[in-house]
Design a protein around this ligand. Sequence first.
Ligand SMILES: *Cc1c(COP(=O)(O)O)cnc(C)c1O
Length: 825
Amino acid sequence: MDNTTPLPVGLTKDEIKRRVTEMVRTVFRKTIETASSQQIYNALAYTIKDYLSDRWIATHDQYESQDVKVVYYLSMEFLMGRFLGNAVLNLSLDETIREAMEELGVDYNLAEDAEADPGLGSGGLGRLAACFLDSLSTLGYPAYGCGIRYHYGIFEQHIENGYQIEKPDNWLKFGDPWSVRRDEYAMEVRFGGKVNSVKDEQGVYHFVLEDYHSVLAIPYDYPVVGYNTNVVNTLRLWDAEAIDRFDLQSFNEGNYERAVEEQNLARRLSEVLYPADNTVAGKELRLRQQYFFISATIQRVLMRFTEKHKEDFSVLPDYVQFQLNDTHPSLAVAELMRILMDTYYVSWDQAWEITRKTCAYTNHTIMSEALEKWPIELFSRLLPRIYMIVEEINRRFCANLIDWFGNDPNKIRNMAIVADGQVRMAYLAIVGSHSVNGVAAIHSNILKTQELRDFYDIYPEKFNNKTNGITQRRWLAKCNPGLSRLITQNIGDGWISNLDELTKLKPLAGDAGFQTDFMRVKRENKVLLSNYIKQTSDLSVDPDSIFDIQVKRLHEYKRQLLNIFHIIDLYNTIKMNPYMEIVPRTFIFAAKASASYHRAKLIIKLINSVADLVNNDKTVNGRIRVLFMENYRVTLAEQLCPAADVSEQISTAGKEASGTGNMKFMLNGAVTVGTLDGANVEMLEEAGEDNIFIFGMTAAEVLALTQSGTYSPWNLYNMDYNIRFVLTSLINGTLAPGEHDLFREIYDAMLNGYGGARPDEYYVLQDFQSYKNAQFKINNAYKDTARWAEMAINNVATSGKFSSDRTIRQYAEEIWRIKPIQVKL
Ligand SMILES: *Cc1c(COP(=O)(O)O)cnc(C)c1O
């Protein structure tokens, strides 16, 4: 970089006013007075993007001049949330912009609210990727996020008559001000065709693909601004387009329809995100999407590498790391092999050594329905050369297995990458990587001792744990200004870049003055949420009631059913004891169900039916309220976390790999009721047992009960009339007047097993009494305001471990071996 180039270091209030006014005028032909919030937002976004361009360029100049090692975080999903507020916060421009907008007579909140919430992810996995990018930039690590620019993100959820309705999410409708389209880095990605071998002048055979279809991959770059640093990394999302020359040729042949078809084939690739979470659809288009962004990314990375290092690929692992976010990007292993061998004529053995050193894999789940396996006929038809390579990786791997274990067909069947007619993506990722990590201590242990035990036996050195984290910039500084201010007033603002500093709050947990301030902020946040609820669903909730919140994807293993069964039980109890004294409680749910997940959708209907019953019952008289908020997404999570008193993290032990929602609530001073699952286990360690409500079976107990084959929900039904009343209300018309069979499926699933599943597969009834006890303790604990405040403050004070800054530092030091850079302006 030329040091003499003057770079702007500050954006003044007047400059913001001038630029926004100018932008509104030139782009929209409007004045500030007549511009819509949407137009003001766009003008602001362009202004900020413009402002950070110098840092963005300087960051990449720094990559170049220092020739640093870069990590490429490969992910099908990036659930980024809105950009503007986050960028403004990280650039410390928040106050300046507010003042500028005020002087222009513009409502900044409305402008912020005009931004779409890009739902390019379906849940925790995509949100984790977004938190990681924030930490990577803040810590100054050279990094790219690489994914797909879906034109439609996760569907918009509406609730009609208690049922989920899906609507397309057209997030690009009003433009895409944060992106920079990089036509100069477009890549061709090839599908189908057949593999031939041709002899070169030296008489060596090389494999070539013929008669393929190709699609053009165009990168759109989005800036990822670090907090209080000049580092701006890049989120690179690939968009699919038809290749012009193909169209032209068909057009010349008079085959207009063929040309249109090509266009559609290409467009469909990046059209829409598959909305399933923790389960696979096994659709051809999904495999196409995976190869599309992986091939484009790896081609581009190798191109960039050769510009600097020619074809000395032996040093590739010193400059490049690929982190595979779950198995979705595991084609990277075979694609890297392909390019090294077919394009650069690297030998198999050398290519394999390079590939294994360059790739690392994160496992996110042990749910068997989430394990990606592709039918061989589909895989080999769509990706014939990649399939050849996977077969050869598998052949060599199986030969090793025979060396190690003898000729044991069961061992091969259990561990082979290609077996029983399928390609197993997790095994490809494990064999082709130097690191395999789980996302919380308990999860990593389950991988080693159960799910991936065979692989741990042969590759113990690969296995490690990286407990997930969240970025405190978005999940406290941005979303909870009241609490942020209070914390900063008391311990300074060091926590924004070093979350461990929150331990300084510990001595204040018992301080009456601080408790009062803390509870005042919590109440203000509850009032804000109540107002929002009033506006959006015309329901009144009492800010002095306990706000008890369970928000996450709707999944049986997450056990929204346990929560709603407890509410039905509370309702039954109030009906039988009308004078019962309980602390008023507002139960809030929000969750998207996968569009094809029938049971999950029925559970949404059940929650809404319980809400109708409870909220309209005169006997209840507002003591409990139930609310299902529609369209759970990052923006809604940002409103809910600050207002929560109780955080529901109640998955069947052993099923939730980590969870990150649990961390967001802890950071915002909610008290958790949870099982010993995922990161809850570590939250207990950090907060101490006096500050968290743990209940239910342990993962070991779940495993033992499952293996014993003795679990009988009928026994619980027979012995516990409360359980009997709850289950009966599912089928006697209480919850579905005139439609009393509506919820029979759930009743059957609990007691008899439905559609071949074991009865009560997720042990809702087994954990019911224990959950109920925990909820009763919460009710009593809340009555002692000082005690409750102390618990909540202790949660904030001990949440430092769950910063994604800690997680990213561990990835960087233990897996990627990358170093931070300094960018000077
Ligand atoms: C954090 C987050 C999740 C993950 O929540 P879990 O409770 O860990 O499943 C899912 N969706 C959104 C929008 C989030 O912000």
